[in-house]
Design a binder for this molecule. Structure first.
Ligand SMILES: Cc1ncc(COP(=O)(O)O)c(C=O)c1O
Length: 460
């Protein structure tokens, strides 16, 4: 079957790209001799590039974003209808889709209460950092201003989000960093730092308590954690971890901020990743899957108790949250997010995510039996990673170039997969898969068949 798309000549686009675009996360030297990749069309799970070649997208737009798949006319219609009626007003006033989406979102998040809109994951996280700092100033005499983050987690690209990031290769050369952010150890059992401990999950959580005690509990206001670490290697938490983390946070009066920028809105088979683990957060941030990339939107969601801390003294002119995000007032975001949520519900995409996620894991376990280079397979729902090692006993990571060769081989086969990229020195060795939540059994099998062929080609 010919899977190519007939397209018009767009050599002008290629030239304009080569001459004027600065792509994200790309060393551009290669574009002096190769054409840049331009994606021109998408439908369902598939995208077509400027040469007309079809690809099965196993990473939802490259960075786990297009949760409901490409070409959704109902989202485009909802956005268009909203834009011609009312496109923008600063969010100091309300909007019809903004209020409606907030209500629908909170229905999915028992215990949470308030939604603050902005337009990227980094920015949503910055809002929490500012809230925590302001709570420290207003309620703790300036103490409790420190924010803990975890080794291997990522919370965004701005200088402060990088200061809260546990991925040294993302942060390197961009310092000096924002003070007051303190790292706690990772919780990847495959790379157990506490081999003598009876229970890895408890030991990994107790390591957080050690940091709190070292810093002084009265200086620590919050901890920011991904429910499942994404770009740091798809790290699912070990048994018992979250229960113990919550005990520790309660003991020292530390607010819990869950970064759901990747896991949120169905990716893991629940509406939110933290809901698998019985976590009761104070803050939840989300972005990518909220509107599946059909519009830019991010949300910082808080409890009513947090919200109350910003309206307890109406006489204090400095006491409320003095923050604005201009494009947090764009009505296209919540209009797209509302329709995105309707699609997930109407098409039963949480159930599909669980079923297809199980199939993806099973297929990868089968590949692990066949290819010794797969050291570990981890994931939840349609959010899965396979860590590649050159030796299963020592767990020596394979050379990053080999990981990239696997990704390139899949690409040549017409399947787009991902890999940890410039996150941890020597540990960019995990293949990452996050197909849209609409994936079918055939799609899943096609993805893993392509990885099978790529591993054979690169490592045999
Ligand atoms: C867990 C996590 N948090 C935050 C961000 C930052 O989101 P954005 O790129 O929208 O600023 C990312 C981006 O990949 C992420 O993976």
């Amino acid at each position: 079957m010919d899977t190519t798309l007939p397209i018009n000549d767009i050599s002008d686009v290629i030239e304009a790209d080569r001459n004027h675009l600065w792509h994200h996360l790309l060393q551009h030297k290669s574009l002096e001799t190769n054409d840049p990749r331009v994606i021109v069309e998408g439908k369902g799970m598939r995208v077509w590039d400027a040469t007309g070649k079809e690809h099965l997208d196993a990473v939802s737009g490259g960075v786990w974003t297009v949760n409901v798949g490409y070409g959704r006319e109902s989202i485009a219609d909802a956005v268009r209808d909203q834009l011609v009626k009312m496109n923008y007003f600063a969010n100091s006033a309300g909007s019809i889709p903004g209020s409606r989406f907030a209500k629908r979102l909170i229905e999915k998040m028992p215990g949470m209460s308030r939604v603050y809109y902005s337009n990227s994951g980094s920015e949503a996280n910055e809002k929490v950092f500012k809230m925590v700092r302001q709570i420290a100033h207003r309620h703790h005499g300036g103490r409790k201003h420190k924010i803990l983050f975890r080794e291997r987690d990522y919370h965004g690209t701005t200088i402060t989000a990088l200061s809260a990031g546990g991925q040294p290769q993302r942060a390197a050369q961009y310092g000096p960093y924002t003070p007051g952010f303190v790292e706690v150890p990772h919780c990847l059992e495959y790379r157990n730092q506490y081999p003598d401990a009876a229970d890895y999950g408890i030991a990994a959580a107790n390591a957080i308590e050690d940091v709190i005690l070292r810093e002084g509990p009265d200086t620590v206001g919050a901890i920011c954690l991904e429910p499942i670490t994404a770009g740091g290697g798809v790290i699912t938490p070990p048994q018992g971890y979250w229960e113990r983390v919550q005990e520790i946070c309660a003991k020292y009066d530390i607010l819990i901020h869950i970064d759901e920028v990747v896991c949120g809105v169905g990716r893991t088979g629940e509406w939110f990743g933290y809901q698998h683990y019985g976590v009761k957060p104070d803050f939840v941030t989300m972005a990518k899957g909220v509107a599946s990339g059909y519009a830019a939107i991010s949300c910082t969601v808080t409890t009513e108790a947090v919200f109350d801390m910003f309206k307890d003294d109406a006489a204090d002119p400095m006491g409320y949250f003095r923050d604005i995000s201009t494009f947090g007032g764009c009505a296209a975001g919540p209009a797209a997010a509302l329709e995105n949520m309707v699609i997930i519900e109407n098409e039963g995409l949480l159930a599909n995510t669980n079923a297809m996620g199980a199939r993806l894991m099973d297929n990868l376990y089968a590949l692990q039996d066949k290819h010794r280079v797969i050291g570990d397979v981890r994931g939840k729902g349609l959010f899965v990673g396979a860590e590649l090692v050159s030796d299963r006993t020592t767990k020596e990571p394979v050379d990053e170039k080999m990981v990239q060769a696997v990704v390139a081989d899949c690409m040549a086969q017409g399947v787009i997969i991902g890999a940890t990229n410039r996150s941890l020195p020597g540990l960019n060795n995990t293949l990452c898969l996050s197909p849209a939540l609409i994936a079918t059994p055939d799609d899943i099998d096609q993805i893993t068949a392509s990885i099978d062929r790529a591993l054979t080609a690169v490592f045999s």
